[in-house]
Design a protein around this ligand. Sequence first.
Ligand SMILES: Cc1cc2nc3c(=O)[nH]c(=O)nc-3n(C[C@H](O)[C@H](O)[C@H](O)COP(=O)(O)O)c2cc1C
Length: 285
Amino acid sequence: MILNASGCLDALEAPEVARALDAFVTKTVTPLAREGNRPVRIAETDAGMLNSIGLENPGIEGLLADKLPRLAGLGVPLWVSVGGFAASDYAELCAALDDRAEVTTIELNLSCPNVEEAPESAAEIVAAARPRTSKPLYAKLSPAATDLPETARAVQAAGADGLSLVNTIKGLALDERTLEPRLGRELGGYSGPALKPIALAAVYQCYRATGLPIVGMGGVSTGRDALEFLAAGAAAVALGTVLFSDPEAPGRVRRELAEELAARGLPQPSDATGLAHASGTVTVA
Ligand SMILES: Cc1cc2nc3c(=O)[nH]c(=O)nc-3n(C[C@H](O)[C@H](O)[C@H](O)COP(=O)(O)O)c2cc1C
């Protein structure tokens, strides 16, 4: 399964890119519309990208009334990412999405700014959201959690059906000449290739800790990267930063992954899930 990472693809602007995915994940929606942070909001760095978009979104009303029907028209299974500043926000958002047949899965963005990332807090949010919807709930966690496997176990106990790993990690880029922060909001979320080993470790540890299905993301840009995420324990991968430089990435990564699997005699992507944990090794034929 190949998805986009939340916030990294505007499916209505680029429907052909969205149609190449197995499911489209919306940008995180909050109860009220948000304008996002002041510019500059994106800065490229040597091994990745910094962003401080600030959850710009039309709010749940705007999503339901305007965007959701148009997104459903794409014919791609739809995941909605929700975020907020209190457990009650998440509960309200899940309740609002529950009877929308267009939505297959809800991703809880538990790595929003200003939301506490302690294991109890993430678990409290999942516990508040769980009774408000019968849709599958994926908990999206930050790699910066003090004890990520513990957080993963806590959200599992609270009723999460799966994990999305990982969100960005905090970073800073300075202007070469002025030595001032390049982003308007100074610090931003760091994504791209440099995140891959951190994300792989998160997937590897949380797969062991929970056995839950995992969407792996963080610097995936080739089929080889996707294979590594599957081996670490992911059931699916999501493409984020790569989509900004290569909109053809979904089809390309799918082809490359198929080649990687075939070279190892693995019929299905699911046959690669968890291989890094097996005692035996599978090598290229
Ligand atoms: C410009 C931009 C906007 C993002 N917006 C969101 C968002 O709204 N919600 C969310 O959960 N993650 C958001 N993310 C994080 C990505 O979904 C993903 O977790 C992260 O970028 C790591 O994957 P990557 O290295 O492939 O980009 C955003 C990332 C970028 C680069």
